[in-house]
Each structure stands twice: as structure tokens, then as C-alpha cells.
Write a protein that binds this ligand. Structure first.
Ligand SMILES: Cc1ncc(COP(=O)(O)O)c(C=O)c1O
Length: 459
């Protein structure tokens, strides 16, 4: 760790003070990570004060190849040097063509052959809006099926406040979201957990949709995540995913899978739907597909392509650099087998986290898929529920996050009550880095749980 000079520390503090006084109170990560990154490479971020951190947040799962990967930098430099236009709305460009080819080559077989892509505004939330509007237009229905614990973005109200009747008119009015129970082994909505909990979830969904007095009008779509990220790293069992596909297909309900966070190798497969083998009607993609630059698309079965020109438009849908960086990233993940590598390293990290759980009763649950891992922190002194789960301990989780930071490890929280430590390292993480992450995490949890500093901490 580089020793910080007094000047560097002063400069860092001045930047943080200005941020504090100028930026909105809705700023998030900046509150818990008071660092001013100046350089980053791979998994390492260096702050203005010279301190170095292992980054297990990776831009909320965006940096599949870590920071400033040579393949990404090369693609960006090549594009800059080529003189290609950097912004071209949704016009055809060679970079867009190359990105679309790389994307379609990566998609599950049987989906790509009959898929269309729509380039959206450059955030996952806009691609979610696009997917829902697409299905509302195609079905002439308005209502949506969504799950407990789901996170799909922040712009749900954008269309409601838009004045242009032309873009709203094709959408049927009214409608609502029907909330369904997502299988969550540790905190099962049915209080039973395990396979049985997932079976009950599927039975509930099917029976509710078929109940003439169930209160649910035929919906425009069901939207779900194969692993809920912000919801606390909750993976859905493959059999449950297949049930959702069967139930929606049998009832003519389009199934939209939100792969904004799970996509591009993160869960140990290129796309998380590949674990269950289902073919959705639409997939929402963002984060890693732009190779660390903003990019978002919805890909869908061509039968649903009933949109009028301009039905989902936006200025920033032609980000040339993001397309170049994204194409290079998708191809690199495939060529280097990084999804398989994520599965392998993720399994090893899970095994070590499991042994940590056996030793530290504050760890209630360890779960995840590939390199999307969650550690749920609980109050070990409290009574367990019928599934054996104890109450979440958000205060402890916040202390662990701070203890991680002081050991040079960036880890964010999520899930119910913000009590789940979420590990989203880049797919390029080395074995040594994985060990270092777990060493620092173990020390941080022990210190935060017992209130004692770990002598000779491994940071
Ligand atoms: C599954 C999922 N969908 C959608 C979004 C929204 O993406 P964005 O923050 O780019 O709008 C996120 C963001 O974390 C996400 O995890």
C-alpha cells in the first residue's frame, strides 16, 4: 500500500468536501466509499491518497473484465483513431453492425435465430421500459407480473408523465403490477424453504393466473431475474425457471428475463437463462455488454415486433465507443471461456464462504451463482424462524462493509434490510485475488462481529 503524502490527502479531502456540498442527497455509493479513485486496472482501484483497493463492486457488476482491460482499451483507441462518428442516433454504423453480430453470436441458440434487437437509452432501466412497452403493444394488455425482491430500475414513472399522446396511445390504459412470490430458500415466502418453497411459488403463480376470482387480468408480460442481484443475490432454481416458462407459454404470456446484472458470463454461463435451458420471449441487457461504457438493449422474438417507427426512441442510442468496447468484451468472454472460469472460481469462493459460515454464526446464509455471491448477515442471538433464518442485521453489515474498506476491499450491501454482502468481482479475478478477497472479508466480519481488531490483519 502506497504511503499517502499530506498533499494528496488534503486534495482528496477537498474533492470529497466539494462533492458533499454540491451533489444531491440521493448520491449513494459515494456516501459509503469516501474515496477518490484516480487509477484503476483489473480488479485494483487506486485512490487519490495512494491507497489501493480490491474492487468487488465492479461498477455494480458492469466491469466483466475489470477496470481498463487491454482488450477494451484497444477497441476504444482503434475506434477513436478510425475517425468513426462517436454519436449517430440509431443509424447503421460498422461498429453497431459488429456489436450486433457479437451479441447475436453470444445469445442462446434457438433465441438468436429469431431475435430482433432494439437499442435503448443507455441504462438498464430504459431497456426494461422498452421491453414492457413492447409486450404491452404486442398483447394489447397492460398489467404486468413481477416478483418480490425484484429490481428493474428507476424510471417506471417516465412514460406516465410524458405529454406526447402519440407515443402513449398505442398502449392500452389502466393496468397494474401483480406481485408474485420469488423463491428465496433462506427466507421462504411460504415458510418452508428448499425445493418445496420453489414448488409452492410455481403452484401459487399458476393457480392465481387460472383463478377467475383471483383479481388478475390477462397480463402483458411476466418479468423476472434468474438471480436477483439488488434483491440480495437470490438465485432461482432452474426447475422453477422452467416452470415459469411453461406457465407463461401455456397462457400466452410473454416472458421477459432481465439479464442486466446476470448477463455476459457473470453467473457462470454467458446468459443466466442457459442454466435452466429456457428460451424467454425477451431479454433485457445492459451493464457488462457496453464493456464499461453505457449501453442497453432489449432482444426479443421477432413475432413481438409490432412497434411503430419511433415507438421507443431516445437520443443516446448510438454510442459508438460503447458498442466497440462491448463487442470486444463479449468476444473476449467467449474466446477465453470466462463464464466457465466464473463458475469455477465462484464455486471455490462459495466453498470457503460456507466454511466461514460454519465458524461464524453471524453468517446466516451464503448463496449465489458464478461470480455473483451473497453473504447474509444475521443476529445469531435472535430466535430463528420456521426455516431456521434469523433476523437480518443491517448494522453489522454496515460495520463489515466499513471494515472491508479499511482493509482495502470494496464490497457493497443489498437485499432485505441491506444485510447481504454482495461480491461481484470481475470475471478476470485471479486465484490470488480471490484468496485475498476472502481473507479480508473473513477478518472484517470477525472484527465487526466481535468488536475486536484482528491482530496482523491480512489486508
Ligand atoms: C436486474 C437489473 N435490472 C435493471 C437495472 C437497472 O439498470 P440501470 O441502473 O442501468 O438503469 C439493474 C441495476 O442494477 C439491475 O440489476
Amino acid at each position: 500500500m502506497t504511503l499517502a503524502t499530506g498533499n494528496a490527502l488534503d486534495a482528496k479531502d477537498a474533492v470529497l468536501r466539494r462533492q458533499h456540498s454540491r451533489e444531491s442527497s440521493a448520491r449513494t455509493y459515494a456516501r459509503t466509499f469516501p474515496i477518490v479513485p484516480v487509477r484503476a486496472e483489473g480488479m485494483t482501484v487506486e485512490g487519490a491518497d495512494g491507497r489501493r483497493y480490491l474492487d468487488c463492486l465492479s461498477g455494480a457488476g458492469t466491469l466483466a473484465l475489470g477496470h481498463n482491460h487491454p482488450v477494451v482499451l484497444e477497441a476504444i483507441r482503434r475506434t477513436l483513431d478510425s475517425g468513426a462518428p462517436l454519436h449517430m442516433l440509431d443509424l447503421a454504423t460498422a461498429d453497431k453492425d459488429e456489436f450486433t453480430s457479437a451479441l447475436f453470436e453470444s445469445l442462446p441458440k434457438g433465441f438468436a435465430d429469431r431475435a430482433r434487437v432494439h437499442f435503448c437509452g443507455p441504462a438498464g432501466t430504459d431497456a426494461v421500459e422498452a421491453a414492457l412497452k413492447l409486450m404491452q403493444t404486442a398483447t394489447g394488455r397492460r398489467g404486468l407480473l413481477a416478483f418480490t425482491g425484484a429490481y428493474h430500475g428507476m424510471t417506471a414513472g417516465a412514460l406516465a408523465v410524458t405529454g406526447n399522446v402519440g407515443v402513449k396511445e398505442p398502449l392500452p390504459s389502466g393496468g397494474e403490477v401483480t406481485r408474485l412470490p420469488y423463491p428465496y430458500d433462506y427466507r421462504c415466502p411460504f415458510g418452508v424453504g428448499g425445493e418445496r418453497g420453489a414448488e409452492l411459488s410455481a403452484a401459487y403463480v399458476e393457480r392465481l393466473l387460472d383463478d377467475p376470482a383471483g383479481g388478475v387480468l390477462p397480463p402483458a408480460a411476466m418479468i423476472l431475474e434468474a438471480v436477483q442481484g439488488e434483491g440480495g443475490v437470490v438465485p432461482a432454481p432452474d426447475a422453477w425457471m422452467r416452470e415459469m416458462r411453461r406457465i407463461t407459454a401455456e397462457r400466452g404470456i410473454p416472458l421477459v428475463v432481465d439479464e442486466v446484472q446476470t448477463g455476459a458470463g457473470r453467473t457462470g454461463a454467458m446468459w443466466a437463462v442457459e442454466h435452466s435451458g429456457i428460451l424467454p420471449d425477451a431479454m433485457v441487457l445492459s451493464k457488462a455488454i457496453g464493456g464499461s461504457l453505457p449501453l442497453a438493449v432489449v432482444v426479443y422474438r421477432e413475432d413481438y415486433d409490432g412497434w411503430q417507427p419511433g415507438a421507443h426512441t431516445g437520443t443516446f442510442r448510438g454510442n459508438t465507443l460503447a458498442m466497440a468496447a462491448g463487442a470486444a468484451t463479449l468476444r473476449h468472454i467467449a474466446a477465453e471461456g470466462l463464464a466457465e472460469r466464473a463458475a469455477l472460481v465462484g464455486a471455490r469462493m462459495t466453498a470457503r464462504l460456507e466454511s466461514l459460515r460454519a465458524a461464524l454464526p453471524v453468517i446466516g446464509d451464503v448463496r449465489g451463482r458464478g461470480l455473483m455471491l451473497g453473504v447474509e448477515l444475521v443476529d445469531p442471538a435472535a430466535e430463528p424462524d420456521t426455516c431456521g433464518a434469523r433476523p437480518a442485521d443491517p448494522h453489522l453489515a454496515a460495520r463489515v462493509r466499513a471494515a472491508c474498506l479499511s482493509r482495502g476491499l470494496i464490497v457493497e450491501l443489498g437485499g432485505r434490510h441491506d444485510a447481504v454482502l454482495r461480491l461481484l468481482p470481475p470475471l478476470t479475478i485471479t486465484d490470488e485475488q480471490a484468496e485475498a478477497v476472502l481473507d479480508r472479508l473473513a477478518d472484517a466480519i470477525e472484527e465487526a462481529a466481535t468488536g475486536t481488531e484482528i491482530a496482523g490483519g491480512r489486508a
